[in-house]
Design a protein around this ligand. Sequence first.
Ligand code: NAP
Length: 433
Amino acid sequence: MSHSIAIVGSGPSGFYVVDGLTRALPGCRIDIIDRLKTPYGLVRFGVAPDHQGTKAVARQFERLALKPGVRFLGGIELGRDVSLAELRAHYDAVVIATGASQDRTLGIPGEDLPGVFGSGQFVGWYNGHPDCATLPVTLDGDAVAVIGNGNVAIDLVRVLAKTPQEMQTSDLVDHAAQVIHAAKLKDIYLIGRRGPVEANFTSGELAELGHLARAVPVIEGAEIPQSSGVADEAVAKVKDKNLEILRGFAGNAAGSKPITIHFCFNRTPVAIEGGDRDGGKVERLVLQQSSGSERHSIAVGTVITAIGYRAPGLEGVQLDEGKGIVANNGGQIAPGLYVVGWAKRAPSGVIATNRADSLAVADKIIAYLNGQPHDDESTDGIAGLCRSRGVRVVDFAAWQSADRAELEAGKAAGKPRRKFIDNENSNQRPPIR
Ligand code: NAP
């Protein structure tokens, strides 16, 4: 006798729901459904390839996936292979844990030019996401601009700036390593529309930029204050530490290492301009002083925006367009239908932030299920239905064998892992329904 739950999305927020449900409802049956054949979502495709320590959380998720009653069903896409109504008919509760995969846009002229990328796409490219493997990244020219002052922007800068030797302990995919390490970058501009106090960096990530072999961080034309002046003690602690690190960077000389990382605060991007060659490929980023009207351009061959993400539209689910999330009330969309993670609250926090958030939603699911009759039949969930439609459903054992093969291939290359890129881009398969 057991309740059955479908969790759509196998990233951290989905797995933390599995944790909560399996503790409170030991006999329950959980299917974790993912459109990709590999589990762990942003742990695999978002966390920077040189932050292997952060990726180690996947081992916790693996233990959850191997618990009795829990299955991973990869290769099934909600809205294409199966409808939300079908999921709800097959399970006692359904949880949406599909994240916020759509890059926010600046809304300025030139954003669609060749050579301009959203961070979601660019990070997916260097992490081997099947949707992004063919992103036309060239990194020609000697300068790149990264727009945004969050940790994703820092990740991008660091991955671009590190040497092949520094990336040897990473699982940066081969196609990205070839492009990044052949590039002749001299300048990376990190653009913030507000000041150093308002930047969203965490201190560890910011400090790392001060210890790179071939890159030196400098501060462009901004005073770094002595104190953040923020009232909240915990927030002030992080901000003040950041300011201390930035004051350290302010003493660095541009050009003292092959690559200079320019922190440009209080500059708002107003236009991206292309040239006459390569289909108008980006050549300049036009910036305006955030508190004035003064404008200037920087010559760049690539622009990457790292300005946050939105949840994409999902069949059967209403979006809160203003917030870029799935419309929900504390994680509940409707009785029996829930949402967790970035799709619930927008991108914020670190991986562990999802734990408390998902466990709180799991409590709501448990309260709901306890008032519902049990489904006594042991069914094949939607796996059988999808297979009958010709969907190649991949189980956890298949992932474990791919995982072992990637680790072996990594060992042979002297790296922690060598990712195999699944070239069967699921988005390009025709819908079955
Ligand atoms: P984020 O922290 O929200 O940063 C987004 C940045 O984009 C902000 O500086 C924001 O500036 C700026 N921005 C937004 N709209 C803009 C516009 N129109 N023009 C110019 N700038 C604009 O988001 P994120 O960096 O994408 O990170 C998402 C989450 O993942 C965060 O919680 C982050 O900490 C987490 N993460 C953690 C790690 C790690 O722990 N190592 C690594 C990567 C990501 P304003 O503040 O002015 O809006």
